[in-house]
Ligand binder design. Sequence first.
Ligand SMILES: C[S@@+](CC[C@H](N)C(=O)[O-])C[C@H]1O[C@@H](n2cnc3c(N)ncnc32)[C@H](O)[C@@H]1O
Length: 287
Amino acid sequence: MKLENVISLGVQPIEESNIDSPHIETVILLSHLLGKDKSYVYSHPSRELSDSVVKKFSSIIKKRAQHYPLAYIIGKKEFMSLDFIVNENVIIPRPETEILVEETLKLFPLQDASQHTIVDVGTGCGNIALSLAKYNKDIYVYATDISSKAINVAFENRKRLNMENTVSFINCNLWDYFNDKKWKGRIDALVSNPPYIRSSQLSDLASELGYEPKEALDGGYDGLYFYPLLIEGGKFLLRKGGYLIMEVGYDQAEAVKNLIQSKGNFEDIVIKKDYSGIDRIVIARRE
Ligand SMILES: C[S@@+](CC[C@H](N)C(=O)[O-])C[C@H]1O[C@@H](n2cnc3c(N)ncnc32)[C@H](O)[C@@H]1O
């Protein structure tokens, strides 16, 4: 079958499943299957594809039409202009999380030329940790995750990005590894995009989220389970003037700000919006 006909074959089921940009997605899936880039697919409409390729393509399209995430099919997702390997053991990096990285980088400008140590709690595929260290050579990141499978994905990403010397990945609960007096007040920033979806809302979410690891999404009955624990981490680990930087759900910024205020020990609490104008990142400075 000609490549252009194969594309038409793919677009229809994806369109019928109400997935945005069905044509682009179909081209991405075909280029992934052929091991070529998108421009190759666009520029070879008459190439004949074998029956076995068409069969494989149909089964991929079927999976995608059932809302299995594109990033899991192609095995990667771009974040901060870097490609990250992803699979079902990690959440797929979201564009709004780039705000967390950008805001953190603003707080530690390159011109400072001093070394900074950052702890990233709940690192998943390592996207926040690796981006921070990639864009500021003076940042060293210790990143934790409770999931050993996620840590393995993060290791793979670190290797691909050749960043073994600037990021450490640790399989532990929250910041337990650092719960020792030798780390007290030694950290310049604690960053985290914790699970923050209310447990009761997990089943109502867009069907694609159903394929992502539940422990990466579930923030307890009110979605706020992790924030007091992260604030405790910030109190213990941050040096005076160090920053606690956390991503929050669309309606959680004020509640998280109040939690920080009620714990004391922090000042200059600010909320940053994401690209859709939603309050998304809460930043507080250790007194
Ligand atoms: C929302 S995902 C964030 C992943 C990644 N940092 C990102 O921003 O795309 C939350 C991550 O926290 C991890 N996690 C959940 N509970 C944890 C805990 N108690 N300690 C450490 N990590 C945890 C999950 O495994 C998951 O990788």
